[in-house]
Design a protein around this ligand. Structure first.
Ligand SMILES: [Zn+2]
Length: 434
């Protein structure tokens, strides 16, 4: 993922402390650093850590409960009651389960939008620090009164865990149902975030109803409205954008505003398809996200790379609309660009943070290896990840979590999920048949 997109066979990555010292042929690096500890990687491909730029880390406990729902009942009957009724410790448990899955599937950095103001940020950031991942937490801002508490959270928590945790505003923008348009909110939130040096994260034009809402309410396309409000720019990350049009793509390119596509979730929810090819052709940065366990049922970004290629091809009825190389860029260097961290992560280059993932391709379903990028995107899945390193710290080794008691996390998550039964509607049962 360096500028030349080099593919090095018989390669090695030298790590010194938290940073990458060198990348090259194994024989050269071993000769230069004979004393170094070594992790074997035979038959594996080494990648930059994957970046999940849309991951509701607090929703893993909803896995399997919210299938087959349209977006309005999904938000009104499930997500709303979950957020308003859960205890802060439930969110921490959900994060721990999510992060165990992320480490297992090669994700080293995630963006959690809509971090609830009632959540316990001390406990959440401690959990992220303990697990060793990198995260961007977008503190929910839905009213003018929510701006200052979010600013206080940014001032307190941005940059903790040796800089691995960053904070942003998770800005609520108007949409159906219920409108919730608050004219005093958007420019003020954008200005406050800018003064703090923090970015914005916003769900944006995900549904076809967002299209008609903005045209009826403001006489503008959603992106034209957002530009008028001053909320676009390289520090703003827009989620989904399934219904962006050509004029909007041009505005996003001119303002250097990145977008994150979540193909499995928007397919499953029948929302639509982010126009990834058009956005990339126009020069817009497009990252990749899973959305999460509530509407994608997993946080496996390896599977998401395949999904984004397939849905782009199918929606255009044109092969190679999006290639394996495009998808791998979106999951790594473009994800880093989308969150303003290309100087730190997104590629294996000397000086960058040592976030390294080894994927085992010496398996029946990923063999033979004519092209490692093809096998990684089209044949592998997250369970093929063998080793994960973040900031030089080994988090997964031989497919096993190094310092995390996974069985304890599963027990804790099952107990917390059982407590949700009183908050959420029962899942419709189809089997056994009546
Ligand atoms: Zn989302």
């Amino acid at each position: 993922m360096d500028a030349e997109r080099r593919v090095i066979t018989d390669g090695a990555v030298a790590v010194d402390g938290t940073r990458i010292a060198a990348v090259g042929k194994a024989a050269d690096l071993v000769a230069r650093h004979p004393e170094a500890d070594r992790l074997p990687g035979r038959g594996m491909v080494a990648l930059p850590g994957l970046i999940d730029a849309h991951a509701h880390a607090d929703q893993s406990l909803l896995r399997g409960r919210t299938d087959d729902l349209g977006w309005i009942p999904f938000l009104a009957d499930w997500i709303g009651p979950y957020l308003s009724g859960r205890d802060p410790d439930v969110a921490v448990t959900a994060y721990r389960l999510t992060m165990a899955e992320m480490i297992r599937s090669g994700t080293t950095c995630f963006v959690s939008p809509n971090v609830d103001p009632r959540d316990d940020l001390a406990a959440l950031t401690q959990a992220i620090d303990d697990f060793g991942l990198r995260a961007v937490l977008a503190h929910w801002v839905d009213t003018p009164a929510a701006i200052e508490p979010a600013a206080a959270a940014v001032e307190r928590w941005d940059g903790v865990a040796d800089g691995r945790i960053r904070l942003r505003f998770g800005l609520d923008i108007p949409r159906l149902p219920g409108d919730c348009y608050q004219p005093a909110l958007y420019p003020a939130a954008a200005e406050r975030a800018k003064a703090l040096g923090a970015g914005l994260v916003s769900h944006f034009c995900s549904e076809i109803e967002d299209w008609t809402y903005y045209e009826d309410r403001f006489g503008l396309r959603p992106t034209q409205w957002a530009e008028e409000q001053g909320i676009l720019g390289p520090s703003t990350l827009l989620i989904n954008g399934c219904w962006l049009t050509g004029v909007e793509t041009r505005i996003l390119a001119e303002t250097a505003t990145p977008v994150v596509a979540s193909p499995s979730a928007t397919m499953k929810m029948a929302s639509g398809t982010t126009p990834v090819r058009d956005l990339r052709d126009a020069g817009v940065t497009v990252a990749l996200g899973t959305d999460g366990a509530a509407n994608n049922n997993c946080f496996d970004l390896v599977r998401e790379m395949k999904a984004v290629c397939l849905v782009q091809n199918a929606s255009r009825r044109r092969w190679a609309t999006l290639t394996a190389e495009d998808a791998l860029e979106m999951a790594t260097i473009e994800g880093a660009r989308a969150i303003g961290q290309t100087d730190q992560i997104g590629s294996l280059e000397p000086g960058k943070r040592a976030d390294v993932v080894l994927v085992d391709l010496a398996r029946a379903h990923t063999w033979p290896v004519a092209d490692p990028v093809s096998n990684l995107v089209y044949a592998a899945n997250g369970a093929d990840v063998d080793t994960v390193i973040v900031d030089g710290r080994v988090l997964l080794r031989g497919g096993e979590l190094v310092h995390i008691d996974e069985a304890a996390i599963l027990d804790e998550a099952a107990a917390a999920a059982a407590r949700l039964d009183v908050l959420l509607p029962p899942r419709p049962r189809r089997w056994p048949r009546e």
